[in-house]
Write a protein that binds this ligand. Structure first.
Ligand code: HEM
Ligand code: SF4
Ligand code: SF4
Length: 507
């Protein structure tokens, strides 16, 4: 499974690189698949409410009311119907891309298992929403969907009444139809909202909306599609006849051809098997996280910056318990902590200039990689630097593997996330033997730990606490973000060499 994930990761990195060449990174749709799905749901909701105004919830009235919208009021209700359909299809595409991406980029294991597991049932809910939607049109496709669904339900041994015969005899009643309408219009959407709220409840600072240009582009694409190829119904249901030619929506109705070809037992078996596999993925193999961050109250002034910066909402501020002056203190929920180290980069106490002759202690740190250990590593590597253009490179283990950069004039330190780097460490490095510092990590907009590279950029530019002091010569600091792909390895090498030449023009 890990081999599959790695192959998928390489593929997705290459595809995303192509998009990054065409768009600014910030607008890369692959970096916004969750929020794009929310956007498509908004379009589905608004267009659905409009369409519902005209829709008649009865077996006899449904088809003519949809036909009225499609042909008589094509210029608005018809467009709304098409938007409703195409936005639903787009949502399925973005959900699946989102799921594959989270898996390939290894965002599904460790403490992130919760978002993964709560994502899986959304797939079922969304597909059932689509199926009930097609059912409501009550055309020949709906008849096929109704018959095939009844056959699938009849296959379940616990359900005694033969549903399928009701449909064959065209016995569907207004009451049953109203039940479908209720499920589609209220029951399933409410369940989906609840599930999605649970899905993101463990993540902090979620962007529910994609960037405006991306949302505008997505909407215009749906609109153009709706104008060029308006959604239409099949022929009306014919009593006693099975439907002949059908244009299936493969995003929602793919289970039915499977059932036609292999029988309902196989269709159930494959769909439950795939679901079970998806539910097991976070533990195939499971990920061993490092121990959670620990708070050292005696070095904490209660500023709350660590709580603001934690990408997983694992830090909360509570009333101070040690009687010190500040009102609050941080507390870490270890079951949410991914051990990214971003909080120790946030803490003003993480300055390597403090406690120069003692073990450096900071307000919040990683027990397995303390800021003191980082300072020691930096110190010893600075001591080994030689030649002109001496540069210290800080890298993130999820971006480019910096340990491959071998040169007597280059020292490297790998971090769990570039966000673990306290800005004062750059000042320290430049005062203790390096002529320049290069900070690298995951691609812009694609931080493995969500905000590590954004926070680093903001700290170094002075837009976020703790800031890099003004006295630091900015020409000696470079940020260059790349993933571990072959093309980008070369780009990083070239950037590093150019930087080193700029530091020592005489070399
Ligand atoms: C209706 C469908 C879904 C919507 C609207 C949705 C939306 C979102 C959003 C907005 C986030 C937060 C992204 C961020 O701010 O970093 C997220 C995270 C996540 N989603 Fe979904 N999601 C859906 C379905 C799924 C499915 C089917 C799966 C996989 C089975 C999944 C797996 C995940 C995972 C693992 C994360 C956590 C990523 C992290 O911690 O960095 N989602 N989702
Ligand atoms: S290590 Fe990362 S996840 Fe854990 S508390 Fe610190 S910032 Fe939050
Ligand atoms: S950032 Fe440091 S000083 Fe501020 S609350 Fe967190 S641990 Fe305390």
């Amino acid at each position: 499974m890990e081999a599959v994930r790695k192959i998928g990761n390489n593929i997705i990195l290459s595809v995303e690189l192509l998009f990054n060449k065409g768009f600014p990174n910030r607008l890369n749709p692959f970096y916004h698949l969750g929020s794009l799905t929310f956007f498509f749901f908004w379009v589905v909701l608004v267009s659905g409410i409009y369409v519902f105004i005209f829709f008649e919830t009865s077996v006899a009235g449904a088809y003519p009311s949809v036909e009225y919208m499609t042909h008589d009021q094509w210029w608005l209700a018809g467009i709304m119907r098409s938007l409703h359909r195409y936005a639903s299809d787009a949502a399925v595409i973005s959900i699946f891309l989102h799921m594959f991406r989270e898996f390939f980029r290894d965002h599904h294991r460790g403490v992130r298992w919760f978002s993964w597991i709560t994502g899986v049932p959304t797939l079922w809910l969304v597909v059932i929403l689509g199926i009930t939607g097609y059912w409501l049109v009550w055309d020949q496709l709906a008849q096929y969907v109704a018959l095939a669904t009844a056959e699938m339900v009849d296959w379940i041994p616990m359900i005694p009444s033969a549903m399928v015969f009701n449909f064959l005899d065209n016995q569907i009643t207004d009451r049953f139809f109203t039940l479908m309408a209720f499920l589609h219009l209220l029951g399933l959407p409410v369940a989906l909202v609840f599930l999605l709220w649970t899905h993101v409840s463990r993540i902090s600072q979620i962007d529910f909306n994609p960037p405006r240009p991306l949302a505008t582009g997505a909407f215009l694409t749906l609109l153009v599609l709706s104008l060029l190829k308006p959604a239409v119904s099949h022929a009306p249901v014919q009593a006693g006849h099975s439907p002949m030619v059908l244009n299936l929506d493969w995003f929602y109705l793919n289970i039915y051809p499977l059932m036609d070809g292999m029988g309902p037992g196989w269709a159930w078996g494959i769909s439950t098997g795939v679901t079970a596999l998806l539910l097991m993925l976070p533990w195939l193999p499971s990920k061993k996280e490092q121990p959670a961050a620990e708070v050292n109250l005696e070095h904490c002034n209660g500023c709350g910056q660590c709580a603001q910066d934690c990408p997983y909402g694992s830090i909360s501020m509570r009333r101070r318990t040690d009687g010190k002056k500040s009102e609050f203190e941080p507390t870490v929920n270890p079951t949410l902590c991914t051990a990214c180290g971003i909080c120790s980069g946030s803490c003003v106490s993480s300055s390597p200039f403090r406690m120069a002759n003692a073990t450096l202690k900071t307000g919040i740190e990683m027990p397995w990689f303390t800021v003191d250990a980082l300072r020691q590593e930096v110190k010893s590597k600075l001591g080994a630097l030689s030649g002109a253009g001496r540069v210290m490179v800080f890298g993130c283990e999820h971006g480019m593997d910096v340990t491959t950069l071998k040169d007597p004039g280059v020292a490297v330190v790998s971090l769990p996330c570039s966000g673990m780097l306290p800005p004062s460490m750059l000042d320290y490095v430049l005062k203790n033997g390096a002529e320049g510092v290069l900070v690298t990590g995951c691609r812009d907009g694609d931080c493995y730990h969500r905000f590590g590279n954004t926070w680093t950029e903001q700290r170094l530019s002075g837009a976020r606490e703790p800031q890099l002091l003004k006295r630091v010569d900015r020409t000696r600091v470079v940020e260059f973000r790349v993933s571990d792909s072959s093309g980008e390895r070369k780009a990083l090498q070239q950037r590093l060499e150019a930087f080193r030449r700029s530091l020592s023009p005489s070399a």
